[in-house]
Design a binder for this molecule. Structure first.
Ligand SMILES: NC(=O)c1ccc[n+]([C@@H]2O[C@H](COP(=O)([O-])OP(=O)(O)OC[C@H]3O[C@@H](n4cnc5c(N)ncnc54)[C@H](O)[C@@H]3O)[C@@H](O)[C@H]2O)c1
Length: 379
């Protein structure tokens, strides 16, 4: 079902550089996807494009294809498997072979229209084909708009776990258009609120360590006023919320593009979250898993007296207002979760680097070394 389109306000454009020699253009605002062809014409890219997407986005692929062709681009399209299934080695081969069969060269471009899963596989395909071709992302889920399409992490899953193969590869351009969210299933829209809450819970640490500056009021207080399960997709408040998250992530990634330290703060709730996704065979969405993972991190911090119980209650109230889960389903085996966490990239010997909330809401310790045994005893 297509919901009512959001109000079209001004479109925001940011030019972003990191300590690596990369530069990405971020354009955000309702209707910004329709600028794709014009913006590409201003960039040093050739006219050959692969539009990569998934079947629920066919309408958007058709719309952008026709705009690109009218502007003189030669457009190929490829639809990959649904949801998380596209993050596979077989998708990767399909993309590489499609690029090769159609004579793609280094100046050619993959334009990915999709959620975080599609953006991840598109990014890894672009990073690896001919050792790197142009990448443009048009994130189509709330989660991808505030998180997955920002920051250059790309990858695919193995049956042993999520994101075990990947690369850092930065897109040339990201178009963030809230209008695309109007067709998103309610569960997908809602579960992304967990990632938005995560930003509010790391905001002070981000302000202290990056060039990011919060708005007139902290994101957490804005979310406590506006965010709930009922917040309509066409509410104009979304543009401000999305932009705050994007700016925060760009601040963190600009300061630490390859996760040498600070960038780990973005993983609040993710170590257990990834294990939940894997063990549930992706029946639990990424956002739902992160929601449970964050509440687990708060449980650890509270039990170690790193944060007071009133703060934990505040977070729980917000999670509940968004109808996000906080307690692990009993059907998920604790042993399996630990087994998956033991394969986590953040593991070092018998310990895992965990992100723990500390002192006051918004501050985290992103370098807490916890033993797997201790984590297992607390799940
Ligand atoms: N690279 C990163 O930094 C990063 C960060 C966070 C998450 N991720 C990854 O992102 C993935 C989760 O992303 P997600 O939550 O966007 O889920 P998703 O990409 O699996 O998309 C969910 C479903 O919604 C469909 N869909 C997407 N946009 C739609 C639209 N506008 N209308 C209708 N249907 C639509 C998709 O086809 C898919 O079936 C995970 O694989 C996670 O690991 C990556």
């Amino acid at each position: 079902m297509r919901h009512k389109a959001p109000h079209r306000g001004p479109v925001t454009t940011m030019q972003w550089r990191t300590t690596l020699s990369v530069e990405t253009r971020y354009t955000a605002g309702a209707g910004s996807r329709l600028q794709l062809a014009n913006l590409l014409l201003q960039m040093p890219v050739s006219k050959r494009i692969l539009l990569l997407s998934q079947s629920p986005l066919q309408y958007c692929v058709d719309e952008l294809r026709s705009l690109l062709e009218s502007a003189g681009f030669l457009v190929h399209t490829l639809l990959l498997d649904a949801s998380e299934d596209c993050k596979s080695a077989s998708s990767l081969s399909t993309v590489w072979e499609t690029l090769s069969e159609n004579g793609f060269e280094r100046k050619d471009t993959i334009v990915a229209i999709g959620g975080g899963a599609l953006c991840d596989v598109a990014g890894f395909s672009a990073a690896t084909y001919l050792r790197g071709i142009n990448l443009v992302l048009v994130p189509s889920t709330l989660l991808a708009q505030v998180d997955a399409a920002i920051g250059g992490k790309t990858g695919i899953n193995l049956k042993q776990g999520k994101n075990l193969v990947g690369a850092f590869y930065f897109p040339r351009m990201v178009l963030i258009d809230p209008e695309i969210l109007t067709t998103l299933p309610g569960r997908e829209l809602n579960s992304a609120k967990a990632e938005i809450i995560k930003y509010a819970l790391i905001e002070k640490t981000v302000v202290e360590n990056t060039e990011y500056r919060s708005g007139p009021r902290p994101l957490l207080s804005m979310l406590e006023q506006f965010l709930s399960e009922a917040l309509a997709v066409d509410d104009p408040i979304w543009e401000g919320i999305i932009l705050a998250c994007v700016k925060m992530k760009l601040g963190v990634v600009g300061a630490d593009p390859k996760e040498a330290g600070l960038r780990r703060c973005l993983n609040l709730g993710h170590t257990l979250g990834h294990a939940i996704e894997t063990v549930s065979q992706y029946t639990v969405t990424h956002g739902e898993a992160v929601s449970m993972g964050m509440m687990f991190a708060f449980k650890l911090s509270e039990s170690r007296s790193l944060i007071d119980s009133a703060s934990v209650q505040r977070v729980r109230a917000l999670i509940k207002r968004c109808s996000l889960p906080e307690i692990l389903p009993a059907t998920l085996s604790r042993d399996s979760l630990l087994e998956v966490m033991a394969k986590d990239k953040k593991r070092e010997g018998a310990q895992i680097r965990f992100v723990l909330p500390v002192r006051e809401l918004g501050s985290v310790d992103y370098d807490a070394a916890l033993s797997l045994e201790y984590i297992g005893s607390m799940i």
